[in-house]
Design a protein around this ligand. Structure first.
Ligand code: ADE
Length: 274
């Protein structure tokens, strides 16, 4: 149903073959997903990957994130990673040789079965459904572009997919890569602790989430809705569903076309739009 499937047919086929050939082999406890990031700025990603939820998931071995400095794969004395564009014009372009060398040496044989994402504003837009699709793989490679761009041959002959995190231009692919890793990693059981939380996420259910409150019940005269203090779980559930529908209707009405709605939801929406 995913119209703009992110993982190319080639990779899909390879994965199907691998699934068949490895059927029945249980390797026991192992990392659920490994991310290989190819970047010129590994240091900007360190802090985030060490901290909080992602840091804990790495510590406990559920996910593995390896940062590879593209500069380490240059062969010249000056460790050149960029050059002027053929045809002139401003800016610099990332050279293909170190990027190919890095990805080929790190992925080895798995280069044929691993989705290799090039982060670029020209890619397909990343969203929750794409994250679910990517989470099915046990390995992902992410190439972060810098400067004015990346030599076109990287896009044509190395990347399997191009991904954009939105219609705006950043100075590089590092933040987009972090967004992809964070979003995909938290879908794995054990990363959040409470898998139910990901089911209730905005977007996962097709609707925006209901509002959340915590103590104190009254803050600067602003009260928590009475229903949430009532202890009546059925009432709370229907209030939350209604709020979720209302929020989606007001903020992202187009999501309602794809959301899974039952008859009660439709009646609520009809009342809201009367
Ligand atoms: N690099 C620069 N801008 C980007 C974007 N919006 N998405 C992915 N990679 C990028």
């Amino acid at each position: 149903m995913l119209a703009d499937r992110i993982v190319s047919d080639h990779v899909r086929k390879q994965l199907a073959i691998r699934a068949v050939t490895s059927a029945g082999i249980d390797e026991g406890n192992h990392t659920e997903m490994r991310f290989d990031v190819f970047t010129l700025l590994p240091e900007v990603m360190h802090a985030y990957l060490l901290s909080s939820v992602i840091g804990k998931a790495r510590e406990s071995g559920i996910i593995e994130v390896k940062l590879h400095n593209i500069r380490d794969y240059t062969l010249d004395r000056h460790h050149t990673t960029d050059d002027e564009p053929y045809g002139g014009g401003g800016g610099m372009v990332m050279k293909p040789e170190p990027i190919f060398a890095a990805v080929e040496s790190v992925l080895g044989e798995e280069i044929h079965t691993t989705p290799i994402l090039l982060l670029t504003p020209q890619g397909k837009t990343f969203h929750q459904e794409v994250a679910h699709e990517l989470a099915k793989h046990d390995r992902l490679a992410l190439i972060c572009g810098r400067y004015e761009g990346v030599d076109e041959r990287v896009r044509q002959y190395l990347a399997t997919d191009e991904v954009s995190v939105g219609d705006y231009v950043l100075t590089g692919g590092e933040l987009p890569a972090m967004i992809v890793i964070d979003t995909v990693a938290r879908l794995h059981p054990g990363v959040l602790g409470d898998m139910e939380a990901t089911q209730k996420d905005s977007y996962s259910s097709g609707l925006l989430e209901h509002p959340h409150y915590t103590r104190p019940a009254s803050f600067r005269g602003w009260e928590v809705p009475e229903v949430l203090l009532s202890g009546d779980h059925a009432r709370i559930a229907s209030w939350r569903r209604e709020q979720s529908l209302l929020r989606t209707l007001l903020r992202r009405p187009e999501l309602l076309e794809q959301a899974e709605l039952d008859e009660a939801d439709r009646q609520i929406l009809d009342r809201m739009t009367e």
